[in-house]
Design a protein around this ligand. Structure first.
Ligand code: PGA
Length: 262
């Protein structure tokens, strides 16, 4: 597990976009696992900019989103379908048929979950999975206690997640109580994983995930067992880390490269 500590949200977003862009340049038909929430917004803005200004080509890219609220139609403004189209897809040249997001309105949820997992498998699994982290340590919507062996499934949101996400709805009571989410095992099958965290509210979860015991009570702690994980964390979110991990140190050359590419 590598941890890169950056100054702030803007630097986290630029670095994350560069990691995604590098994957797409290197493998034009890359399979990306995508996340929603506030954290990756800056990264998506930067990717749109790279597409517009440098022609970053998404025409062969395939995407799988982590999760979707159960019961929300794709055109609901708080749905993750809506979020993805607004913040990324409609600004780049991705093909709609290459986009996958769990269907929150599926009549047979169990079947939808199985099909979603099958689509990931059939595509050849995810090359690069982008993750945020909940203040309770969740990844995707896999709340504390979720089985590490889980695949795409219907989950019950915890009270803390409902409260945290209420800002996207008219009121807290409008937040769906359930969601479809890739499971922990689905996430762990990705070849590379990039977790982003910004702000003090995530500091405890980041420390528990990176330096705490691997436990189902902190879903992100499983990432310690994955062979290729990078956390990009801003200083506020990194404040409880004590340093017993592999810090990604940049040499001067990398720093120069970064500068030239911003
Ligand atoms: P946030 O959510 O990016 O909106 O903070 C992250 C998460 O809950 O995984």
């Amino acid at each position: 597990m590598k941890v890169k500590i950056v100054e702030d949200y803007a630097e986290m977003s630029r670095d994350a976009a560069e990691v995604v862009a590098a994957m797409v340049r290197q493998k034009p038909n890359a399979i990306l696992g995508l996340a929603t929430g506030s954290t990756p917004l800056g990264m998506y803005q930067k990717l749109v900019q790279l597409h517009r200004e440098e022609g970053l080509d998404f025409s062969r890219v395939i995407t799988f989103n982590l999760d979707e609220y159960y019961g929300l139609a794709p055109d609901h403004p708080a749905s993750y379908h809506y979020y993805m189209w607004e913040n990324l897809f409609r600004h780049i040249n991705i093909r709609p048929e290459n986009i996958h997001i769990p269907d929150g309105t599926a009549a047979d949820v169990e079947k939808e979950c199985k099909n979603y997992e099958a689509r990931i498998r059939k595509a050849g699994y995810i090359d690069l999975q982008v993750l945020g982290i909940g203040a309770n340590g969740h990844i995707g919507f896999n709340e504390p206690g979720t089985d590490f062996g889980s695949e795409t499934h219907l989950i019950e949101l915890t009270e803390t997640t409902i409260q945290a996400n209420a800002r996207f709805f008219a009121s807290e009571k409008d937040v769906p109580r359930q969601a479809l989410s890739m499971g922990i095992k689905s996430i762990m099958r990705s070849r590379h994983i990039l977790l982003l965290a910004s702000g003090e509210a995530k500091a405890e979860a980041v420390a528990a995930a990176v330096e705490g015991p691997v436990t189902q009570m902190v879903p992100a702690s499983i990432l310690q067992l994955h062979p290729d994980v990078t956390f990009i964390v801003d200083q506020a979110a990194a404040q409880y880390l004590t340093g017993s991990f592999d810090v990604l140190l940049q040499n001067e050359k990398n720093a120069e490269y970064d500068k030239a590419n911003r």
